[in-house]
Ligand binder design. Structure first.
Ligand SMILES: [Fe+2]
Ligand SMILES: [Fe+2]
Length: 483
């Protein structure tokens, strides 16, 4: 069977890339498969591997076929779409090769760079599954539990998609990299995941929602710029992954939104005038808004670090080579080569944050980060609408990009959420007002009591407006079976 729209389930590795005619790659993936299953069973969702989960599976790339819902045990979830359809006469759309036919094979001179891009992206996919491994046990509802597991199986599928590219196009070193993707582990002292945010703990559901809002959105931006790649198979893989990433961010945005909604409702019912009266709000069994702000501060800052240094020759090389573009590259009106353009970069000048014009080519990361910040801000506004509608006097806001950074221009200083550089003494004094403290974490952890009754929700979160696949409120999204 050649490349196709529908998934071919006749081979052991379900796929839409004609593996039945590509014995070498089929065999390589069959050899990788047991390691993947081991990884999924030992580091994937703990305690629910035999439960029936109402999951969406893509069985075809047609709009009708990529959202087929049914009960599935997670280890039996099938991930068959490995590439989005090929676009006629696709070109390299930026860099020095602009205008050439898009590459169907890896250009020899860019092999190492391409492999690196695929491995870094690939490493994030299993990492988040590992980070979220224990959350099922404290799920605030069956609806939320199902969403968590949907995100998890799709991150597993993204791993498959990246591993397919490694096996198909990178021979022996591709196989070795694919093994390494299963060998590294989130938070491990000896073999950690490659990027910082993917080694942080995701200890509670608010962290999960913030992670899917802020960190999966970094994923979206990276996939968007890789979807522009002149290497066509990478572009096609990322395009299909983006359809799923949208749901991950939906889970994050609505998860935080429903938390806010429940908090505001409780504040109103109790007649609390001051939403910053943390003790009074917490007594209601909901998460106070100042703590939500601190969680947002943390996850935003961790996610900004994923964009790398503002100025980067690697990013410039990826761009000039036609491997990784900008967000919505083809919609930007410029020469798409950037040999003489400039771009404003936020920098520290005499202890103050200022915008400085720099060569646009080396400022590629900065530009992608700006697009990311703008995208993040939209959802924060929607959260503020929820607060406003409830009649509570409070606003959430994104902290300044200089706040709590470990990478890039601001890694060397301490800055307030407003972007003022502060002394170490001031930082130490105010840190717990700006970032979640141990006590905040303990409070949230205490709220995380499982709520697995059909149609019921934990004290701290509202029910969603509509169910997944339009199911009614008391739908049994997960038939729990604990082995
Ligand atoms: Fe992903
Ligand atoms: Fe994701």
């Amino acid at each position: 069977m050649p490349e196709t729209n529908n998934v071919d389930y006749s081979t052991k590795i379900p796929n839409n890339v004609g593996l039945s005619d590509d014995r070498r790659v089929l065999k390589a993936l069959e050899q990788w498969h047991p390691g993947y299953i081991d990884w999924w069973m030992s580091r994937g969702p703990a305690g629910f591997q035999t439960s029936q989960v109402y999951l969406r599976t893509a069985v075809s790339i047609d709009p009708k076929g990529w959202a087929k819902f049914d009960y599935v045990r997670m280890p039996e979830y099938r991930w068959g779409i490995l590439l989005a359809p090929r676009q006629e006469d696709r070109r390299v759309n930026f860099g020095t090769h602009k205008g050439e036919q898009a590459w169907q094979e890896v250009p020899g001179e860019y092999r190492a760079m391409l492999r690196r891009l695929i491995v870094v992206q690939g490493d994030t996919e299993p990492a988040s599954v590992e980070q979220q491994r224990h959350l099922g046990k404290t799920a605030p509802s069956l609806y939320d539990m199902r969403n968590l597991f949907q995100v998890n199986v799709e991150e597993g599928r993204h791993l498959w998609a990246m591993v397919y590219l490694l096996h198909k196009y990178f021979g022996k070193d591709g196989r070795e990299e694919a093994e390494e993707l299963l060998a590294r582990q989130s938070g491990d002292a000896d073999k950690p995941r490659m990027l910082g945010a993917f080694n942080e703990a995701t200890p509670d559901w608010l962290s999960f929602f913030m992670f899917t809002y802020f960190t999966d959105r970094d994923g979206k931006m990276q996939l968007e710029s890789l979807a522009q790649s002149g290497f066509d198979p990478l572009s096609r893989t990322c395009r299909f992954m983006l359809t799923e990433e949208a749901h991950h961010m939906f889970v994050g945005e609505t998860g935080v939104g429903r938390t806010i909604e429940r908090t505001c409702e409780a504040i109103k019912v109790a007649g609390i005038e001051d939403p910053t009266d943390i003790a009074a709000v917490r007594r209601l069994g909901v998460i106070d808004l100042p703590t939500l702000q601190k969680k947002a501060n943390l996850h935003f800052a961790l996610s900004l670090d994923l964009f790398g240094s503002e100025m980067s020759t690697n990013a410039a090389n990826y761009y000039s080579s036609g491997l990784k573009g900008r967000f919505q590259e083809t919609r930007i009106e410029d020469d798409h080569r950037l040999t003489s353009a400039s771009y404003p970069v936020s920098k520290l000048v005499d202890g103050k944050v200022k915008l400085v014009d720099e060569p646009a080519l080396t400022a590629i990361n900065m530009r992608l980060r700006d697009d990311y910040v703008a995208d993040c801000a939209k959802g924060v506004e929607r959260w503020n609408k929820v607060i406003e509608k409830a009649g509570v006097n409070f606003r959430l806001k994104l902290p300044h990009v200089a706040f709590h950074r470990q990478i890039g221009e601001f890694a060397s200083v301490k800055a307030s959420p407003e972007g003022d550089v502060v002394s170490h003494a001031e930082w130490a004094e105010k840190k717990d007002q700006w970032l979640p403290s141990k006590a905040d974490g303990d409070f949230i952890e205490g709220l995380m009591q499982p709520c697995w009754e059909r149609g019921k929700f934990a004290s701290w979160i509202s029910a969603p407006k509509i169910g997944i696949d339009n199911r009614p409120g008391d739908f049994e999204y997960v038939k729990i079976h604990q082995a």
